[in-house]
Design a protein around this ligand. Structure first.
Ligand code: ADP
Ligand code: ADP
Length: 224
Protein backbone atom coordinates (compact mmCIF):
# COMPACT_ATOMS: atom_id res chain seq x y z
CA UNK A 1 0.00 0.00 0.00
CA UNK A 2 1.30 3.42 -0.90
CA UNK A 3 -1.06 5.36 1.35
CA UNK A 4 -2.82 4.20 4.50
CA UNK A 5 -5.31 6.36 6.41
CA UNK A 6 -6.05 4.69 9.72
CA UNK A 7 -8.88 5.63 12.08
CA UNK A 8 -8.53 9.30 11.28
CA UNK A 9 -10.63 11.86 13.13
CA UNK A 10 -10.59 15.65 12.94
CA UNK A 11 -12.49 17.93 15.23
CA UNK A 12 -13.08 21.68 14.75
CA UNK A 13 -14.31 22.82 18.15
CA UNK A 14 -17.45 20.78 18.70
CA UNK A 15 -17.73 19.75 15.07
CA UNK A 16 -16.44 16.29 14.15
CA UNK A 17 -15.45 16.81 10.49
CA UNK A 18 -13.79 13.38 10.16
CA UNK A 19 -15.05 10.51 12.27
CA UNK A 20 -12.86 7.40 12.31
CA UNK A 21 -11.99 7.33 8.61
CA UNK A 22 -9.88 4.42 7.34
CA UNK A 23 -8.88 3.73 3.76
CA UNK A 24 -5.85 2.61 1.81
CA UNK A 25 -4.65 3.35 -1.68
CA UNK A 26 -2.51 1.00 -3.73
CA UNK A 27 0.41 2.07 -5.85
CA UNK A 28 -0.82 3.58 -9.17
CA UNK A 29 -4.44 3.35 -8.10
CA UNK A 30 -6.94 6.17 -8.65
CA UNK A 31 -9.32 6.31 -5.72
CA UNK A 32 -12.32 8.62 -5.89
CA UNK A 33 -13.67 10.24 -2.73
CA UNK A 34 -17.32 11.12 -3.29
CA UNK A 35 -19.74 12.95 -1.04
CA UNK A 36 -21.85 16.10 -0.67
CA UNK A 37 -20.49 19.48 0.41
CA UNK A 38 -19.63 19.51 4.11
CA UNK A 39 -19.04 15.75 4.45
CA UNK A 40 -15.33 16.20 5.23
CA UNK A 41 -13.60 15.71 1.87
CA UNK A 42 -11.38 18.79 2.04
CA UNK A 43 -10.49 18.08 5.65
CA UNK A 44 -9.42 14.59 4.60
CA UNK A 45 -7.27 15.93 1.75
CA UNK A 46 -5.67 18.59 3.94
CA UNK A 47 -4.86 16.01 6.59
CA UNK A 48 -3.33 13.60 4.08
CA UNK A 49 -1.29 16.48 2.66
CA UNK A 50 -0.02 17.24 6.16
CA UNK A 51 -1.51 20.77 6.13
CA UNK A 52 -3.85 19.87 9.02
CA UNK A 53 -2.96 17.73 11.99
CA UNK A 54 -5.48 15.05 12.90
CA UNK A 55 -7.27 14.91 16.26
CA UNK A 56 -6.74 11.14 16.23
CA UNK A 57 -5.44 8.48 13.87
CA UNK A 58 -2.59 8.35 11.37
CA UNK A 59 -1.72 8.87 7.73
CA UNK A 60 1.12 6.71 6.47
CA UNK A 61 2.86 7.21 3.14
CA UNK A 62 5.15 4.37 2.06
CA UNK A 63 5.30 3.17 5.65
CA UNK A 64 6.20 6.56 7.12
CA UNK A 65 3.87 8.83 9.09
CA UNK A 66 3.06 11.93 7.00
CA UNK A 67 3.26 14.19 10.04
CA UNK A 68 6.83 13.04 10.74
CA UNK A 69 8.11 14.45 7.47
CA UNK A 70 9.07 18.06 6.90
CA UNK A 71 6.69 19.65 4.34
CA UNK A 72 9.25 19.63 1.51
CA UNK A 73 9.70 15.89 1.88
CA UNK A 74 6.05 14.98 2.05
CA UNK A 75 5.94 14.01 -1.58
CA UNK A 76 2.32 14.92 -2.00
CA UNK A 77 1.08 16.97 -4.96
CA UNK A 78 -2.18 18.86 -4.53
CA UNK A 79 -4.57 20.58 -6.94
CA UNK A 80 -7.50 22.53 -5.50
CA UNK A 81 -10.71 23.85 -6.98
CA UNK A 82 -9.40 27.42 -6.92
CA UNK A 83 -6.33 28.46 -8.87
CA UNK A 84 -3.14 28.75 -6.86
CA UNK A 85 -0.93 29.84 -9.77
CA UNK A 86 1.28 32.85 -9.18
CA UNK A 87 0.00 35.59 -11.52
CA UNK A 88 3.40 37.32 -11.83
CA UNK A 89 5.14 34.13 -12.94
CA UNK A 90 5.04 32.52 -16.37
CA UNK A 91 3.68 29.04 -16.90
CA UNK A 92 7.21 27.58 -16.90
CA UNK A 93 8.15 29.52 -13.74
CA UNK A 94 5.01 28.31 -11.98
CA UNK A 95 5.84 24.68 -12.78
CA UNK A 96 9.51 25.17 -11.87
CA UNK A 97 8.42 26.62 -8.52
CA UNK A 98 7.18 23.17 -7.50
CA UNK A 99 10.73 21.87 -8.05
CA UNK A 100 12.52 24.47 -5.88
CA UNK A 101 12.56 22.24 -2.82
CA UNK A 102 14.11 19.32 -4.70
CA UNK A 103 17.44 21.11 -5.12
CA UNK A 104 17.56 20.06 -8.77
CA UNK A 105 20.06 21.81 -11.08
CA UNK A 106 18.73 24.38 -13.59
CA UNK A 107 19.21 22.23 -16.70
CA UNK A 108 17.45 19.23 -15.25
CA UNK A 109 14.75 21.47 -13.88
CA UNK A 110 14.08 23.09 -17.27
CA UNK A 111 13.96 19.67 -18.86
CA UNK A 112 11.51 18.44 -16.22
CA UNK A 113 9.29 21.50 -16.73
CA UNK A 114 9.18 20.88 -20.50
CA UNK A 115 8.44 17.20 -19.98
CA UNK A 116 5.42 17.91 -17.76
CA UNK A 117 4.05 20.79 -19.84
CA UNK A 118 4.21 18.40 -22.77
CA UNK A 119 2.44 15.70 -20.72
CA UNK A 120 -0.51 18.00 -19.96
CA UNK A 121 -0.69 19.26 -23.55
CA UNK A 122 0.71 22.74 -22.94
CA UNK A 123 4.02 22.70 -24.79
CA UNK A 124 4.56 26.04 -26.48
CA UNK A 125 2.78 28.03 -23.74
CA UNK A 126 5.69 28.12 -21.29
CA UNK A 127 6.21 31.89 -21.61
CA UNK A 128 2.55 32.81 -21.10
CA UNK A 129 1.19 34.30 -17.88
CA UNK A 130 -1.76 32.58 -16.14
CA UNK A 131 -4.25 35.32 -17.05
CA UNK A 132 -3.45 34.79 -20.73
CA UNK A 133 -4.65 31.19 -20.49
CA UNK A 134 -8.17 29.73 -20.54
CA UNK A 135 -9.60 28.19 -17.39
CA UNK A 136 -8.88 24.71 -18.70
CA UNK A 137 -5.28 25.59 -19.59
CA UNK A 138 -4.76 27.00 -16.10
CA UNK A 139 -5.94 23.66 -14.68
CA UNK A 140 -3.38 21.90 -16.86
CA UNK A 141 -0.59 24.12 -15.49
CA UNK A 142 -1.67 23.26 -11.94
CA UNK A 143 -1.54 19.57 -12.81
CA UNK A 144 1.92 19.95 -14.35
CA UNK A 145 3.16 21.80 -11.27
CA UNK A 146 1.78 19.16 -8.91
CA UNK A 147 3.21 16.29 -10.97
CA UNK A 148 6.63 17.66 -11.93
CA UNK A 149 8.26 16.79 -8.56
CA UNK A 150 7.00 13.21 -9.15
CA UNK A 151 5.13 12.95 -5.84
CA UNK A 152 4.23 9.65 -4.17
CA UNK A 153 0.59 10.75 -4.12
CA UNK A 154 -1.45 13.23 -6.15
CA UNK A 155 -4.43 14.77 -4.34
CA UNK A 156 -7.06 16.38 -6.56
CA UNK A 157 -9.68 18.29 -4.53
CA UNK A 158 -12.63 19.15 -6.81
CA UNK A 159 -10.14 20.17 -9.51
CA UNK A 160 -12.81 20.59 -12.20
CA UNK A 161 -15.75 21.96 -10.22
CA UNK A 162 -15.23 25.57 -11.29
CA UNK A 163 -15.40 24.71 -15.01
CA UNK A 164 -18.39 24.44 -17.32
CA UNK A 165 -19.83 21.03 -18.05
CA UNK A 166 -18.30 20.23 -21.46
CA UNK A 167 -14.82 21.35 -20.42
CA UNK A 168 -15.18 19.35 -17.24
CA UNK A 169 -15.86 16.16 -19.19
CA UNK A 170 -12.94 16.79 -21.52
CA UNK A 171 -10.46 17.51 -18.73
CA UNK A 172 -11.74 14.58 -16.70
CA UNK A 173 -10.76 12.25 -19.54
CA UNK A 174 -7.41 14.02 -19.78
CA UNK A 175 -6.77 13.47 -16.07
CA UNK A 176 -7.55 9.78 -16.57
CA UNK A 177 -5.05 9.57 -19.40
CA UNK A 178 -2.34 11.46 -17.49
CA UNK A 179 -2.87 9.31 -14.41
CA UNK A 180 -2.53 6.08 -16.41
CA UNK A 181 0.48 7.41 -18.30
CA UNK A 182 2.39 8.47 -15.17
CA UNK A 183 1.04 5.74 -12.87
CA UNK A 184 0.88 8.27 -10.04
CA UNK A 185 -1.13 7.11 -7.02
CA UNK A 186 -4.12 9.47 -6.98
CA UNK A 187 -7.00 10.54 -4.77
CA UNK A 188 -9.69 12.42 -6.69
CA UNK A 189 -12.23 14.24 -4.53
CA UNK A 190 -15.56 15.28 -5.99
CA UNK A 191 -19.25 15.78 -5.18
CA UNK A 192 -20.10 14.68 -8.76
CA UNK A 193 -21.07 11.00 -8.92
CA UNK A 194 -20.76 10.76 -12.70
CA UNK A 195 -17.25 12.24 -12.58
CA UNK A 196 -16.20 9.86 -9.81
CA UNK A 197 -17.62 6.83 -11.58
CA UNK A 198 -15.92 7.73 -14.86
CA UNK A 199 -12.47 8.04 -13.30
CA UNK A 200 -12.07 5.95 -10.19
CA UNK A 201 -10.72 2.41 -9.89
CA UNK A 202 -12.30 2.40 -6.44
CA UNK A 203 -14.66 4.78 -4.72
CA UNK A 204 -14.82 5.91 -1.12
CA UNK A 205 -18.27 7.34 -0.40
CA UNK A 206 -18.38 9.78 2.51
CA UNK A 207 -21.30 10.97 4.57
CA UNK A 208 -21.14 13.24 7.63
CA UNK A 209 -17.42 12.70 8.19
CA UNK A 210 -17.65 8.94 7.94
CA UNK A 211 -16.94 6.38 5.24
CA UNK A 212 -20.34 5.13 4.10
CA UNK A 213 -18.98 2.66 1.54
CA UNK A 214 -15.87 1.55 -0.33
CA UNK A 215 -15.82 -0.45 -3.53
CA UNK A 216 -15.66 -0.44 -7.29
CA UNK A 217 -17.98 2.19 -8.75
CA UNK A 218 -20.26 -0.41 -10.33
CA UNK A 219 -20.55 -2.44 -7.13
CA UNK A 220 -21.68 0.67 -5.28
CA UNK A 221 -24.05 2.26 -7.77
CA UNK A 222 -25.47 -0.30 -10.15
CA UNK A 223 -28.43 -2.39 -9.09
CA UNK A 224 -27.83 -6.14 -9.41
P1 ADP B 1 -15.62 22.95 -0.12
O1 ADP B 1 -15.45 23.49 -1.50
O2 ADP B 1 -14.70 21.83 0.17
O3 ADP B 1 -17.04 22.66 0.25
P2 ADP B 1 -15.86 24.97 1.87
O4 ADP B 1 -16.54 26.06 1.14
O5 ADP B 1 -16.62 24.04 2.77
O6 ADP B 1 -15.07 24.10 0.80
O7 ADP B 1 -14.64 25.54 2.72
C1 ADP B 1 -13.72 26.41 2.18
C2 ADP B 1 -12.70 26.77 3.26
O8 ADP B 1 -13.36 27.27 4.42
C3 ADP B 1 -11.88 25.59 3.74
O9 ADP B 1 -10.54 26.00 3.97
C4 ADP B 1 -12.52 25.16 5.03
O10 ADP B 1 -11.57 24.60 5.93
C5 ADP B 1 -13.05 26.48 5.56
N1 ADP B 1 -14.30 26.26 6.30
C6 ADP B 1 -15.36 25.51 5.92
N2 ADP B 1 -16.32 25.51 6.84
C7 ADP B 1 -15.87 26.30 7.84
C8 ADP B 1 -16.41 26.71 9.09
N3 ADP B 1 -17.62 26.29 9.53
N4 ADP B 1 -15.67 27.53 9.86
C9 ADP B 1 -14.48 27.94 9.45
N5 ADP B 1 -13.91 27.59 8.29
C10 ADP B 1 -14.59 26.78 7.49
P1 ADP C 1 -16.22 19.13 2.15
O1 ADP C 1 -14.86 19.31 1.59
O2 ADP C 1 -16.78 17.75 1.95
O3 ADP C 1 -17.16 20.20 1.72
P2 ADP C 1 -15.05 20.05 4.62
O4 ADP C 1 -13.94 19.14 4.97
O5 ADP C 1 -14.73 21.36 3.98
O6 ADP C 1 -16.10 19.23 3.73
O7 ADP C 1 -15.90 20.34 5.92
C1 ADP C 1 -16.39 19.30 6.78
C2 ADP C 1 -17.12 19.96 7.95
O8 ADP C 1 -16.19 20.63 8.77
C3 ADP C 1 -18.15 20.99 7.51
O9 ADP C 1 -19.24 20.91 8.39
C4 ADP C 1 -17.41 22.30 7.65
O10 ADP C 1 -18.30 23.35 7.92
C5 ADP C 1 -16.49 22.01 8.84
N1 ADP C 1 -15.22 22.77 8.73
C6 ADP C 1 -14.33 22.69 7.73
N2 ADP C 1 -13.25 23.47 7.96
C7 ADP C 1 -13.51 24.07 9.15
C8 ADP C 1 -12.78 25.01 9.95
N3 ADP C 1 -11.59 25.48 9.57
N4 ADP C 1 -13.33 25.40 11.12
C9 ADP C 1 -14.52 24.91 11.52
N5 ADP C 1 -15.26 24.02 10.82
C10 ADP C 1 -14.75 23.61 9.65
Amino acid sequence: MTLVVDELSKRYGNELALDDVSLSVDSSELVGVLGPSGCGKTTLVQTIAGHLSPSAGTVTLRGEAVTERPPEHRQVGVVFQQSTLFPHMTVAENVAYGLEATGMGTDRRDERVREYLDLVGLDGRDGAYPDELSGGQQRRVELARALAPQPDVLLLDEPLSALDRSLRTRLRDEIGRIQRQTGVTTIFVTHDQEEAMALADRLVVMHDGQVAGIGQPRQLYESP
